[in-house]
Design a protein around this ligand. Sequence first.
Ligand SMILES: NC(=O)c1ccc[n+]([C@@H]2O[C@H](COP(=O)([O-])OP(=O)(O)OC[C@H]3O[C@@H](n4cnc5c(N)ncnc54)[C@H](O)[C@@H]3O)[C@@H](O)[C@H]2O)c1
Length: 255
Amino acid sequence: MTWSVGAGLEGKGVIVTGAAGGIGKAVATAFSATGARVMAVDLDQARVTEVVAGFEGSGHLAVAADLSDLSAHAGLVTQAREAFGNLYVLANLAAVLRRRGSIDEVTEDDWDFQHDINLKAAFFLCRTAGDAMIEQGKGGRIITFSSQGWWTGGFGGSVAYAATKGGVTSMTRGLARTYGPHRITVNAVSPGQVHTPMLMTGLSPEVYESMKKQTPLGYVAEPEEVAGPVVFLASDHAKYITGSTINVSGGFLMY
Ligand SMILES: NC(=O)c1ccc[n+]([C@@H]2O[C@H](COP(=O)([O-])OP(=O)(O)OC[C@H]3O[C@@H](n4cnc5c(N)ncnc54)[C@H](O)[C@@H]3O)[C@@H](O)[C@H]2O)c1
């Protein structure tokens, strides 16, 4: 085994969803630096094209897709396999958060909107990617995105969102059991507070300050600080890790 960050990823096909978002952009850019070929997927073509323009290397793809439309998933996976010759990694970051000050304000639409993208689309995209990896017969890596809310139940009006992330954590474990015999690892990354549009939307300055105080490292992470663990999980160095939830929270929670 070559000892380097991103070992084993050179020439591999990678899909990153939510790639125009705060953490997704950092993750997708980090994958491009390993020599992998990256398909960046997000809602808006202009935003995703801009992200890919900042990548290292060539041969990457910028694709606009609404992942809540499950019928789009097969086409994305096929496009990646055809363009890259293989699909080795799915890093699924696309998610939405609607904060509500009181649970009485949570509407059925709020519940469905967050579950449809964060959990339902995540499951079906992971399964579509997993099927392709099984067919290829060369193993693979699926990395899901949870949140500390899977453990805490959520702060700052995010009970429904936290429920989706609890689902993502459980789903990740189930998929790890399902795909293990095919040498496909499935792990969740669970960020703490990361400085992105999602964190800041509807967040009061008081809650933001108290988050910093409760974090032993004393600050809110920048997106690049989450990209390293994702690339590690996709690398050869992490080949015996599956079903884990990797806590990247600056010590906010310890487990
Ligand atoms: N920022 C944090 O503090 C934090 C903490 C814990 C977990 N997370 C998780 O990390 C991941 C990335 O979060 P972020 O902070 O970068 O958020 P973000 O809002 O910056 O990015 C999320 C991206 O997902 C995309 N997206 C939403 N719905 C989509 C759909 N239907 N189809 C395709 N793309 C869609 C959005 O357009 C956006 O670009 C998410 O899974 C989030 O739940 C973030």
